[in-house]
Design a protein around this ligand. Structure first.
Ligand code: NAP
Ligand code: ZN
Ligand code: ZN
Length: 350
């Protein structure tokens, strides 16, 4: 066993505080790595604030993890000490169901995916995430971070990157596909970069014009503020696909009307309350509404390699661990450009 410092939530209302956690011994198929950086995803906030139900406190959040291998198990074949690695939203799954066999571990129908935090691992212990100094993970659930990517800016790719890459690929986004991205936050800014790199005609739909210059320099061709009600009229039937990355509930009918005939509205955000879909907003133009959850291990590696090839990473603000509670408030206020990443160096000694 090995101890590392970590930041944990102990209730939905208390700030996260520094604590010590233990990581399991390295088994034959495990690797241990020092965590160097951990991104702050809005899902961390939904979880610790019990917006998705009561989590198992204490919770050490963090599922955008990047670091360097320090120990490998006797049967490990894919990694060696010193490798630059990443872990995303899950650290295990049943490995036997059709979805696991297809590399779609996020949709595991056996045990379900084992979340990087807030779940229970095969060893019967709760899983704890990346706001900590180190972690032990089965090598089959670990990604290679290509040399072209800096570890800090690569960390958010492990969730925000793959969550937007996967639906863009699934719905065959390519040159001139008209892609709308609602919300220019952690997921949204990656959707813009990745969509643009695939050649799409990307439009940002943000609450205000504050981030317009950024949106256009990230690769969007168009940018609109949803506070301007005229856009809902002017942009009717304008998109082949919309990715909704908003963490709060929206008046969906108005956004669905922007999808063109036979287009798809893909829900990526996971707000606290159910989505309200007015029937005529999907009947009218034979529109589809769908969702998509992160991505499997092979596709996550493909995304990292794609990012390395296209010179894409996350736009980040690196913070010290003790800033995490303030960072949460700023994420909720949409005051982050575009991902907070915790430098976990001070957490490496337990
Ligand atoms: P984020 O950085 O906070 O970005 C969300 C963006 O939504 C904000 O930047 C803001 O963009 C917009 N927004 C926030 N509140 C709004 C409101 N009340 N009305 C309209 N727009 C609002 O969050 P994130 O980390 O990207 O995560 C976004 C959502 O995706 C969360 O619900 C998260 O849990 C979920 N998620 C899902 C998956 C998945 O697998 N499907 C994976 C990761 C995260 P503007 O300032 O531009 O308006
Ligand atoms: Zn996430
Ligand atoms: Zn499975």
């Amino acid at each position: 066993m090995n101890t590392v410092a970590a930041y944990a939530a102990t209730s939905a209302t208390e700030p996260l505080t520094k604590t010590t956690i233990t990581r399991r011994d390295v088994g034959p198929h495990d690797i241990r790595f020092d965590i160097h950086f951990a991104g702050i995803c809005h899902s961390d906030i939904h979880t610790v604030r019990a917006e998705w139900g009561q989590p198992r406190y204490p919770v050490v959040p963090g599922h955008e993890i990047a670091g360097i291998v320090t120990e490998i198990g006797s049967a490990v074949t894919r990694f060696t000490i010193g490798d630059r690695v990443g872990v995303g939203c899950f650290v295990d799954s049943c490995r036997e169901c059709d979805n696991c066999e297809e590399g779609l571990q996020q949709y595991c129908t056996g045990t379900g995916m084992t979340g990087t935090y807030g779940a229970v691992g095969r060893d019967g212990h709760p899983t704890q995430g990346g706001y900590s100094g180190g972690i032990v993970v089965d090598e089959n659930y670990v990604l290679n971070i290509p040399p072209a990517l800096a570890l800090d800016a690569a960390a958010p790719l492990l969730c925000a990157g793959i969550t937007t890459y996967s639906p863009l690929r699934h719905w065959n986004v390519g040159p001139d596909t008209r892609v709308g991205v609602i919300g220019l936050g952690g997921l949204g800014h990656m959707a813009v970069k990745l969509g643009a790199a695939m050649g799409a005609d990307v439009t940002v739909l943000s609450q205000s014009l504050k981030k317009m210059e950024d949106g256009l320099s990230l690769g969007a061709k168009h940018y609109y503020a949803t506070s301007d009600h005229d856009i809902f009229k002017n942009l009717r039937n304008s998109f082949d696909i919309i990715l909704n990355t908003v963490s709060a509930n929206l008046d969906l009918g108005r956004y669905l009307a922007m999808v063109d005939r036979d287009g798809v509205f893909v829900e990526l955000g996971a707000p606290e309350n159910p989505l309200v879909v007015p029937p005529f907003s999907i009947i009218g133009m034979r529109r589809s509404i769908s969702g998509s959850m992160i991505g499997g291990i092979p596709e996550t590696q493909e995304m990292l390699d794609f990012c390395a090839e296209h010179g894409i990473a996350s736009e980040i603000e690196v913070i010290e661990p003790e800033y995490v509670n303030e960072a949460y408030e700023r994420v909720i206020a949409s005051d982050v450009r575009y991902r907070f990443v915790i430098d976990t160096e001070s957490l490496r000694q337990g």
